[in-house]
Design a protein around this ligand. Structure first.
Ligand SMILES: Cc1cc2nc3c(=O)[nH]c(=O)nc-3n(C[C@H](O)[C@H](O)[C@H](O)COP(=O)(O)O)c2cc1C
Length: 316
């Protein structure tokens, strides 16, 4: 069993302490544990060149033989980190909330994952063995849920390209200065429980693995996210009354017998479940079609493109 802790908080900070406690529990169960703090690594931000998805599409269509990977792959430490991560069975992320969301350091790191799509790398033999990674997510901040509303859910959204099955999530609250969490034994204990849950999941056959966190956490019964929004038609016309902003599950808001509002999945509510490789492949289909449509009609835009190119404003 190999477990990697990834911290995006300060050295000696609250996120790091919580990840260390979770890893200690993993280590006590016999796992080989490593931990990195993203502050110690050089990570470039995604430049949006789309070279990775274009190449992946071409390899899949047989138009290109070899996947060259991310164009930044020799410019920073991402290759080293992701190659190690993709040999691990468990990953525990510890991320501080900045402005209700995961810190930009974490997002900068995770938004480079696309070029390292695990299912794709396995398919082309770059990753020899599917590690069947399970994940534990720790969000940590100075406030309660009200000021950390997007952190855990945004972290969850970064797990799909790595096919990481999130089995536990924890929100650590009211931790301001580094070390504040040491006054919160219940949070330290919860982090330890996360470590135990990660081991339990690794030791469970892949097809039998499931959610190990609090049963009533969040609104979505599929991924336990909090963010449910009113659905709009998808690119192919599919629509649900309400959808989960994280996993894409579709359903409706219904009052149960106790009068509590619940998000109840539609019969076909999981057809767009982003946790599934097939659903994400369908999304790739959407991306490719959008691209083909644009390229086939690009000539119609040449005058407008020249017009916008010619417009300039003073910069700073
Ligand atoms: C730029 C910035 C923005 C922050 N925004 C929030 C916030 O929106 N909600 C919150 O609960 N805490 C916020 N905090 C507090 C941190 O999340 C908190 O100090 C946390 O414990 C830092 O984690 P660390 O000790 O692992 O670095 C913010 C801190 C900084 C530096």
């Amino acid at each position: 069993m190999k477990v990697l802790g990834i911290v995006a908080g300060r050295h000696g900070g609250n996120s790091e302490i919580l990840v260390k406690e979770a890893l200690l529990a993993c280590q006590e169960s016999g796992a080989e544990c490593k931990m990195i703090n993203l502050f110690d690594y050089h990570i470039e931000h995604c430049i949006g060149c789309e070279s990775c998805t274009v190449q992946m599409g071409e390899v899949e269509m047989g138009k290109r033989e070899k996947y060259g990977g991310c164009v930044l792959k020799n410019k920073d430490d991402m290759d080293k980190i992701v190659n190690e991560m993709q040999t691990c069975n468990g990953v525990i992320m510890g991320v501080p909330s900045y402005d209700l969301t995961p810190s930009s350091l974490y997002l900068k790191f995770a938004q480079r994952f696309l070029a390292y799509e695990l299912a794709f790398r396995i398919a082309i033999g770059e990753v020899k063995e599917d590690p069947h990674m399970v994940g534990g997510l720790i969000a940590n901040g100075g406030s309660c849920l009200d000021w950390q509303t997007l952190t855990l859910d945004a972290m969850s959204a970064t797990m799909f390209t790595q096919s990481i099955q999130v089995v536990d999530k924890m929100l650590a609250t009211r931790n301001g200065l580094p070390g504040n969490v040491l006054l919160r034994p219940e949070q330290i204990a919860r982090a330890r429980k996360m470590g135990q849950n990660i081991i339990k999941a690794i030791q469970t056959p892949v097809e039998e693995r499931g959610w190990l966190g609090e049963e009533d956490m969040g609104m979505c019964p599929n991924c336990h996210a909090n963010l449910i929004y009113r659905g709009e038609p998808h690119w192919d016309g599919i629509q649900f009354p309400f959808e989960c902003a994280v996993c894409g599950a579709g359903g409706d808001l219904v009052r149960d017998e106790q009068g509590q509002l619940r998000f109840v999945l539609a019969e076909n509510g999981l057809i767009r479940d982003r946790n599934k490789n097939e659903s994400r492949a369908e999304h790739l289909n959407e991306i490719v079609r959008t691209r083909i449509d644009y390229l086939s009609r690009k000539h119609e835009t040449s005058q407008l493109a020249e017009y916008y190119k010619s417009i300039t404003f003073p910069t700073i």
